[in-house]
Design a protein around this ligand. Structure first.
Ligand code: DON
Length: 294
């Protein structure tokens, strides 16, 4: 996959535009804690939209899937990830597109102070990663906030449509928190452990700590399968047949339930916003190994 040279680094957030397009790393962690890594597997990168999967699973473990889904649906949107649109019930289509992820963020411990909310998520991510590297990139957060006109427009549209829960938090706080969660950092090694925790029913394979409740762990994999790769989700499910989530930093996770989690990172993206090398790697993997669900 190193020889694949198509795709473009995301340019709409200035800090992401500075990522090296030649970077390419892969890490695997099995449900019994076996590890292997290739390439740039210890270089930090931002979660970006990969955070959407974990935020949903953490929230649903905290307040229950039924409560979460009274605000956000489960249907693929068939639209670009940041489009200003809602489903027929006036809710975001699913938690994996920006609209749904902003609502999920607004529900996360929303009676708490901002600092405590941030600390809470950071600690949950560290638990999921078995205490391996989780950081925060303040430059990306600031850069993203400065260029977030689309997310502001989306949030105001959802406010008009009464999508948000009752709470004292401002729209600015909700969006700041959303940008902060996009700007959390991992590397391939730590993110593979987080993916392996999803593969292992919410139990971190390195520490044995139960991080997620059973149903949210199942539900997030269903949502990743149907909605995790944006408007390529149907094709990815067809060709690769595994739950996955990607982000505009070039990060991507794939979960093989009861077996392992895989993290791939390479900044050049295709037109949908998915890492080109990551998608290619998954297709080649499925040609060699019988991991496709069907
Ligand atoms: O909301 C945004 O624009 C980003 N911070 C997250 C988007 C993202 O990663 C979409 N991925 N393909």
């Amino acid at each position: 996959c190193k020889t694949v040279t198509t795709g473009d680094v995301a340019t709409y957030i200035p800090q992401l535009a500075r990522q090296d397009p030649n970077k390419w790393g892969v890490s695997i962690c099995t449900v019994d804690g076996q590890r292997v890594s290739f390439g740039d597997s210890t270089t930090p990168f931002c979660f970006q939209s990969v955070s959407k999967a974990f935020n949903y699973a953490i929230l649903a473990s905290d307040i229950g899937a039924d409560e979460v889904h009274s605000y956000v649906g489960q249907e693929p949107s068939g639209r670009f990830f940041n489009e200003i649109c809602l489903d027929g019930n006036n809710k975001p289509h699913n938690p994996m597109v920006n609209s749904g992820a902003i609502i999920v963020t607004s529900l996360l411990k929303n009676e708490w102070q901002m600092a405590d909310r941030f600390d809470y998520i950071l600690n949950e991510y560290k638990k999921l990663a078995g205490d391996e590297f989780i950081g925060f990139n303040n430059a990306t957060f600031l850069s993203e906030r400065d260029t977030a006109d689309r997310n502001f427009a989306l949030a105001y549209f959802m406010k008009e449509c009464k999508c948000f829960p009752e709470s004292k938090q401002s729209l600015q706080d909700t969006l700041d928190f959303y940008f902060q969660l996009c700007s959390l950092e991992a590397n391939c090694e730590s993110l593979a452990v987080m993916a392996a925790t999803l593969a292992n029913g919410g139990v971190c394979p390195l520490t044995g700590v139960k991080c997620l409740a059973n149903r949210p762990c199942r539900d997030v994999l269903s949502l990743m399968y149907s909605c995790g790769m944006y408007d390529y989700s149907g094709q990815f499910a067809f060709h690769v047949g595994l739950p996955a989530k990607s982000g505009v930093s070039g990060a991507m996770i794939v979960v093989i339930p009861n077996l392992m989690g895989i993290c791939m990172w390479s900044p050049p993206l295709d037109k949908m916003g998915n890492t080109v090398r990551g998608v290619e790697f998954c297709k080649e993997m499925i040609n060699k190994f019988k991991f496709h669900n069907y």
